[in-house]
Design a protein around this ligand. Structure first.
Ligand code: PMP
Length: 402
């Protein structure tokens, strides 16, 4: 009889060789204890964290911790139900109002994760005769949302506004609505889209635009509202989707919009309707972290200074690091074996980053995905750069001249 698990034979073999090559499984690293936002205990040792999404360090916010404790004490630790049944407490409505106000929008929907926010918005908005126009390097939650939708899916070349235009023009005269989906900062590479050009395409073709600001919320724009704020195009974005699990340091997703029909999406959106709502302590911590973010714009300046420091350091070593400066900096390597050795050496020497292997990477080369926080000190960044140099030497991954 066929084993139900035989479909995993390929991945089991790949994982086996991965562990054999490096001595540990890169996908089951345990942070035994977070010491601060930037340091965690891994394998019993203090390790610098350069592979989180905690851009502003707010997972450790004292105000958010206190708010969570108080909410749990007064409202309990869970809602035991869906937003459209027993799972909406006053706190949920308050958070929706605050997030809508933060973006200056009419309304907001709060989801249990950012993944579900994309899954829900994309699958609900794009119906049978509609078209979903996706950047080829879209996050899994965007692709999964498009699979749940009956709409026709069309991909355009990553960050290429001309290709987007061409593909939309081919749909001229078709009756369905067109929804373009792009991200503010691409999570693996740190690439930032030419959003103003994409907005021009949207305007000319009459499409709708959804921007996933998962990695750009709290990071870009004067108030941290993301790439649309930074580029001055917020009025042209129909739906902004985001997550609380990165800059705000908690968990949960949202969509803000000025379209009054958002209220109707609530009643048609399966990933919103058929799952339990966020627990009170998470909602309270998220509102507190949002206050932290609003009151401390200097965190964003510090974050970008830190990103520039790590970016310059990597380029100084001759590593093939992301071109644009953003808190996500990817170091691309040529061979998987090299990436595995280097990732393991980094951890041996005290730096944790994310290892990303093809086919999960955009151009079929392996990546070491690094992320920077506002709370990293200059010394921590310099130490990480020095450790990168050593690990790259050990992995034979530095150009000859370096
Ligand atoms: N969108 C993007 C671009 C992401 O990178 C992620 C998470 N990595 C999500 C959505 C989903 O967010 P969450 O992890 O909060 O569910």
């Amino acid at each position: 009889m066929t084993s139900i698990f035989s479909k995993f034979d390929g991945i089991a073999g790949a994982l086996g060789s991965l562990v054999e090559a490096g001595g540990r499984n890169p996908f089951s690293v345990v942070i035994e204890k977070p010491v601060s936002s930037t340091v965690g205990i891994i394998e019993g040792r203090e390790t610098l964290l350069f592979g989180t999404n905690n851009y502003l360090g707010l997972s450790q916010s004292p105000r958010a911790i206190k708010a969570a404790q108080e909410a749990a004490a007064t409202c309990g630790v869970g809602t035991t139900g869906s937003r459209i049944a027993n799972g909406t407490q006053s706190l949920h409505r308050q958070l929706e109002r605050r997030i809508a106000d933060y973006f200056g929008r009419r309304d907001a929907m709060v989801f249990s994760t950012g993944y579900q926010a994309n899954l829900g918005m994309i699958s609900t908005l794009a119906g049978k005769d509609d078209y979903l126009i996706l950047d080829a390097d879209s996050h899994a939650s965007i692709y999964d949302g498009s699979r749940l939708s009956p709409a026709q899916v069309i991909r355009f070349r990553h960050n290429d506004a001309d290709d987007l235009y061409k593909r939309l023009k081919r749909l001229d005269g078709t009756p369905g609505a067109k929804l373009i989906v792009v991200e503010g900062i691409y999570s693996m590479t740190g690439n930032v889209p030419p959003i103003a050009e994409m907005v021009a395409v949207k305007r000319e073709t009459g499409a709708y635009l959804l921007v996933d600001e998962a990695h750009s919320f709290g990071v870009m724009g004067e108030h941290g509202r993301g790439i649309a704020e930074q580029a001055g195009v917020e009025a042209d974005v129909d739906f902004i989707v985001g997550t609380f699990s990165k800059s705000l340091g908690t968990v949960g997703g949202y969509c803000v919009s000025d379209h009054p029909e958002l209220e109707l999406v609530r009643l048609n959106c399966r990933p919103y309707m058929f799952t339990a709502s966020l627990p009170p302590e998470v909602i309270a911590a998220t509102m507190a972290a949002l206050e932290d973010m609003a009151e401390h714009p200097e965190l964003r300046t510090q974050l970008m200074d830190n990103a520039a420091r790590l970016h310059a350091g990597f380029h100084g070593l001759g590593l093939n690091a992301s071109k644009q400066v953003s808190p996500v900096i990817a170091v691309t390597l040529e061979e998987i074996g090299q990436a595995i050795v280097m990732w393991n050496r980094l951890l041996d020497l005290g730096v944790y980053v994310n290892l990303s292997l093809p086919p999960a990477t955009p151009d079929s080369r392996p990546l070491l995905r690094c992320s920077v926080m506002a709370t990293h000190t200059a010394e921590q960044i310099d130490k990480a750069i020095a450790i990168f140099k050593q690990a790259a030497l050990d992995a034979n991954a530095l150009p000859a001249a370096a």
